[in-house]
Design a protein around this ligand. Structure first.
Ligand code: GBH
Length: 471
């Protein structure tokens, strides 16, 4: 057997990507509602207004997950649905929705994993500076405390933030994500205030819940290798790792603001936004480190005029890599996904082993892994063989890391459903279940049946091709 019965084989989504019902049940706009209404920011002018309509269809989606025999559902809570003014009184109708979702999951034997922040900041907070304003971190902690109080009895694992790298650098430096700003100082302030939000948020969760309910922080740690052994390429890759990974690991895991970060971003001279005592507040090692992994990259010293852009629809010309104007990435080689990301399961293995070596025994979960491919429904089936291959390869990497001593206890496939892929709108399809946006019809792809069979057998070697024939 590859994975024990205790190993969590789950699946994931996020509020703005699947819920829809953006103006129902007392919800107020988030920065993504605003982004979607800003011309040119989202491909095709798509919005999350309806998305997968999970707000109305959650019982069906839970039944579907039960059929697919998933162990856990990682969803996120829309802050502006549960606290419409972002600070202040809760909205009982919003809270009731998440309670009903969790209860439905439990009635089917599925664990509920709730992320507090998957990028949909209440717009009222952005109007006061968003993540550049340290008050946002304190507001987040109050929100975390309120959710723990309201939903503490029905949530099996909490997660504070999803990928603060994206919230800060894509939101405030390259501007391809909401709020769409392009200001390096703002991005570093956002990094710091997100770290602070995690620290304060985790403390607030613990105050209410004690030590019994695990708390997770999800990072998208970048697996970036130097393009060559040349010292300048090695240094280039290091700079990306510092800005991408150390900026979060340092404060949260080690309680330090890395000197290297200040050196790399030396154009930013005013760090007064990091106040005395802040690093102690950020320093909250989560019970579980959540890792979202999709691909790897190779960095080299850039020639003049080259830019380390991350691509994305609505490209602004500004890079997310603050302070790294002298770094660029090699073009991707070999097969890629719909996003143009390379497919390298070994990167996941190496990442898990690296984290294990650095923080021995730390519990880790893969909180996201998956791939977008162009899928086609033919006669009620989607033969997404490339996704099956992708999943097989990456779960194999997890298996190897576990065998070599990494304490990985779970894996969440991104995503349950095709959904709103941020600046790419509905053009990218990561689901193991296909969604027809006209009818909201769900059609499990072959990968969903494959994943179900893995959940049943727990054995990566023998999970066979039966899924091709048996729906
Ligand atoms: C996740 O983000 C999100 O959590 C999820 O909401 C989303 O739907 C899903 O992935 C699929 O995109 O900047 O050159 O280093 C993943 C975002 C993907 C950002 C890989 C960094 C590397 C490109 N990350 N990306 S680069």
């Amino acid at each position: 057997m590859t994975f024990s019965k205790q190993f969590v084989l789950g699946t994931a989504t996020a509020s703005y990507q699947v819920e829809g019902a953006v103006a129902e049940g007392g919800r107020t706009p988030s920065i993504w509602d605003t982004m979607c209404r800003t011309p040119g920011k989202v491909l095709g002018g798509d919005t999350g207004d309806v998305a997968c309509d999970q707000y109305h269809l959650f019982r069906d989606d839970v039944a579907l997950m039960a059929d697919l025999e998933v162990d856990a559902y990682r969803f996120s809570i829309s802050w502006s649905r549960v606290i419409p003014d972002a600070v202040g009184p809760i909205n009982p109708e919003g809270v009731a929705y998440y309670r009903a979702l969790c209860e439905e999951l439990h009635s089917r034997g599925i664990k509920a994993v709730a992320t507090l922040y998957h990028w949909d900041l209440p717009q009222v907070l952005e109007d006061r500076g968003g993540w550049t304003n340290r008050e946002t971190a304190f507001a987040f902690a109050d929100y975390a405390r309120a959710m723990a109080t309201e939903l503490g009895d029905v949530v099996d694992m909490w997660s504070t933030l999803n990928e603060p790298w994206c919230s800060s650098y894509l939101g405030y430096a390259s501007g391809v994500h909401a709020p769409g700003r392009t200001d390096d100082l703002a991005a570093l302030q956002a990094v710091h205030h997100l770290n602070l939000a995690h620290g304060l948020g985790q403390r607030a969760l613990r105050e209410v819940l004690g030590k019994d309910v695990p708390v997770c922080l999800t990072l998208n740690l970048h697996v970036v290798d130097p393009a060559s052994d040349a010292p300048e390429d090695v240094a280039a890759a290091r700079r990306i790792r510092v800005v991408g990974n150390e900026a979060f690991l340092g404060p949260v895991m080690d309680g330090v603001l890395p000197d290297e970060l200040r050196e790399i971003t030396r154009d930013i001279t005013d760090w007064s936004f990091v106040q005395d005592g802040d690093l102690e507040l950020c320093h909250q090692v989560p019970d579980v480190l959540g890792i979202n992994y999709y691909s790897t990259s190779r960095a080299r010293q850039a020639d003049a005029g080259e830019l380390a852009s991350s691509g994305g629809h609505g490209e602004t010309g500004a890079s997310p890599w603050v302070g790294c104007d002298d770094v660029t990435f090699l073009p991707v080689e070999g097969p890629t996904t719909q996003m143009g990301w390379n497919i390298e399961p070994d990167g996941l293995y190496r990442l898990l082993m690296e984290v294990e070596q650095r923080y021995p025994g730390l519990e880790m979960m893969i909180t996201e892994n998956g791939a977008g491919f162009d899928d086609e429904v033919v006669g009620g089936r989607v033969h997404d063989i490339r996704r099956v291959d992708y999943l097989r390869g990456h779960l194999g990497a997890v298996e190897r890391a576990v065998a070599d001593g990494a304490n990985v206890t779970g894996y969440f496939l991104w995503s349950l459903l095709d959904n709103f892929e941020w600046s790419w709108g509905y053009s990218k399809t990561f689901g193991m279940v296909h969604v027809d946006y006209e009818t909201q019809q769900r059609t499990p792809k072959d990968s969903a049946y494959w994943y179900r069979d893995l959940s049943r057998t727990r054995d990566l070697e023998t999970v066979g091709d039966a899924w091709v024939a048996v729906p």
